[in-house]
Design a protein around this ligand. Sequence first.
Ligand code: ADP
Length: 297
Amino acid sequence: MLNIVIFGPPGAGKGTQSARLTEKYHLIHLSTGDILRGEIESGSILGQEAKLLMDQGLLVPDEIVITMINNKLVQNSNATGFIFDGFPRTIHQAEALDRLLYAKGTGISMTLALDISNEELIQRIIKRGEELGRTDDQDLDTISKRITEYTSKTAPLKEYYSKQKKFFAIRGVGSIDEIFNSLCMAVESHYNPGQKQVYSAPPLPAVLPSVLAEKQVKKVEKKVAAKAATKTTKKLTKNVVKNVIKKVAKKTTKKTVKKAAKKTAKKLPAKKVISKKKNTSKKAPKKKAAGKKKTRR
Ligand code: ADP
């Protein structure tokens, strides 16, 4: 499989070039920004909450985007390759992506980074804001916050993929055709279909969705057990429960993540939950007294 991460700051031209690469190499284009904007348009709760963060130039929580990407990978199980655009944006997302692909018997083939100066970026974003009306492209404070988020959380992925010898920088300035040609040259010179996939992500940490899923499994198991006791429907297997959970997990919104994390926080050792909070959130709930257990946004 040809799995490309297209990498670069906001406004670098990832979307434009991804569309072309998708067509040329018959890939599935997965853009987390587009998926989130789709949620906003549909008016879903996830979309409404994501919009609040996106309009401030902040990243959406890792667990939300990882779940979205996982769903897309499952939906496109026959794909011959993917182009990941706007994902991963944090080390945690990159590790999760490595795990998801490894579980499918594949991995990232290469990361193609569009190199471009901040001045050029800002000009392009403002122009895009005028042309497409994206609210996060129209305000200078939001634009600069997005660039700061990129520098602090996303740029470190350069080292992550360089260590795996999968990081290739491409000059992101010039005509769309020129940049596209450079990208194609990089794809053709670095793609090795027989590449042995190495599982480079660290051992699985307590990722919130799995904690959540386990908790939901237990909850439903309890319900099922109670039902079974009264109705003597003892043949409900764990698989049935898991199927129910899969359906529930698909509908998991930020709100339910928050709710479940709150409950989980009470039962899990405090350290685990607090460290997750530190990774993804800067806002502490206003009313909580200092020293009280933190929960996810
Ligand atoms: P750009 O690359 O120009 O910033 P995107 O469409 O990729 O545009 O992203 C727009 C916004 O969507 C981001 O600023 C962020 O709030 C949110 N977003 C997109 N992808 C992710 C991701 N992988 N993780 C967290 N937030 C994301």
